[in-house]
Structure formats: C-alpha cells, structure tokens
Design a binder for this molecule. Structure first.
Ligand code: UDP
Length: 243
C-alpha cells in the first residue's frame, strides 16, 4: 500500500468529540477516525495527535465571564488534558499503543513532554497524544500542532474539522462556492481564509509545513488523504495562485 506521508500530526479540535446533541463527550465521530488511525499505524504511519479543548473550555470564552485571561487559558489547557485522557482510553479499548504527554506539569496522570521519548515512541509505532497546549497562556492548540510538527519533523499537519475544506465563499449561503483542493500560504493570508489562528499559520508557512483541512466526519477520509486522494484542501508553498 502506497502512502504519500510517513509521519503526520493530526490536530483534533475539542468540537470533534462533542456530540451532535451537545454532550461534551461523544464517541460518534472519533470512533471512525480511531479506525483509520489503527489502520494507518498497522501500515507504518507515525502519528502524533494534538488535542484541543474547545468542547469544554476556551480561554477567550471564559474571560468574557470575568475570569482573568491567564487563569482562563490554564483552564483551557486543562480541558485538553481531560480530552487527552478520554482519547487515550478510547485507544486502549481497541489496543492501539499510545502515549499521552503534557506540556503542563500533571505528572500523576500523563507523562511530561519529552521530545526524545516522543520520537522513540513514534518510531516504535506508538501514537503520541500531546495535551496541555504548550503549557503557556495566550496560545491555541493550532500553534501546538505546528510546533509539534516542527519538533517531530513531521511532513504535514492534518486538521480535522466539521467542514469539507476551504471554500471560495460560505457554502451554506452560496450555492456557487468552490471547494479549493490546493492553496498556497499567501492566498490564505490575502483572502483571509479561516484555516487556523494566525500565529500558528505563520509558523507553518515559515517552516514550509503543509496544512491539510478536511472533514473529520467523512468515513475513512484520513487514509484517503495519506493515499493522495483529493479529500479537502491542502495549503503549501505551491506557486499556483487562485487570483
Ligand atoms: N490554550 C492555551 N495555551 C496553549 C493551548 C491552549 O492557553 O498552548 C488554551 C486556550 O485558552 C484555548 C484552550 O486552551 O482556548 C483550548 O484550546 P483550543 O481553543 O485550541 O481548542 P480547540 O478549539 O482546538 O478545541
């Protein structure tokens, strides 16, 4: 079986583990992606997952209720740890070897972040789950995904969302909107397409790490992306311009 990437970072937002009826935890979407991960690990793909916390708490939202922004961000980071534990438990149930590392110090429930150990785990087919953000306020887990991709020398950041990719216009209101299969970093900036937060995006651009946006609810989408199928939108430094 041919795959076009060998080492990837998969960013899973907290929203993805929220159910359709707004329960904070649900396995309905994540179950399919876990099957894909199991399949890919069996075929030698090395996978790091960066887990978000938006199904529980986001710093920006909490601060609107009068909570100090720094404290609010720590609450957000703790949410990613909770999601990491949830994800690890789902992996355990289907016998996928995984390791949960946190950049926040919570050593009794997950290992402290250590790059050498993470690289060793990846080369031994252990799925890495990174939680606790970067351990500092004022960032999002999109930035964590970019940093982990740089640190682990991963070939691509694959961001699972609830949309199919990047459209020319909002597809919900514009029937003539086009789904772009490929964009370059500059197009994303010029047309202000929402891919990830700007700090994270600039980091990916500067280190020339491609970003793939896809609909995580599409069955077996992850394995199709790794086989090179057109599944969503890839952003890279290709010279193709949409203007
Ligand atoms: N966060 C932070 N520093 C980090 C990563 C995350 O302060 O390095 C906080 C921030 O408040 C953020 C929350 O954790 O809103 C949850 O992360 P994120 O919003 O990225 O989750 P997602 O939207 O991906 O579910």
């Amino acid at each position: 079986m041919k795959f076009i990437y060998r080492r990837i970072v998969l960013k899973i937002s907290g929203e993805v583990i929220k159910s359709f009826n707004n329960n904070q935890f649900s396995t309905c979407i994540i179950r399919d992606i876990i099957q894909d991960i199991q399949y890919l690990v069996k075929h030698g793909i090395q996978i790091s997952i960066v887990i978000g916390g938006g199904n529980l708490f986001r710093g920006a939202t909490l601060s609107k209720f009068g909570i100090n922004r720094v404290t609010a961000d720590y609450i957000g980071m703790l949410s990613t740890v909770i999601n990491g534990l949830f994800l690890k438990e789902l992996f355990n149930k289907v016998n996928i070897s995984s390791c949960l590392m946190s950049s926040l110090c919570i050593n009794s429930i997950c290992q402290p972040y250590n790059l050498d150990q993470a690289l060793e785990h990846l080369s031994n087919s252990v799925v890495m789950i990174f939680c606790g953000g970067i351990g500092q306020p004022c960032f999002t887990t999109d930035s964590v995904a970019c940093l982990k991709a740089i640190e682990t020398r991963s070939e691509i950041i694959i961001k699972g969302t609830k949309v199919n990719g990047i459209y020319s216009k909002d597809p919900e209101y514009n029937q003539d909107s086009i789904l772009y299969h490929q964009l370059n970093y500059n197009d994303v900036l010029r047309y202000e397409f929402k891919v990830m937060d700007l700090t994270a995006f600039i980091l990916a651009r500067d280190y020339k790490i491609p970003i793939y946006i896809f609909n995580i609810g599409h069955n077996r989408a992850l394995r199709r992306i790794l086989r090179g199928c057109n599944e969503g939108t890839i952003i890279n430094d290709s010279m193709k311009d949409i203007s």
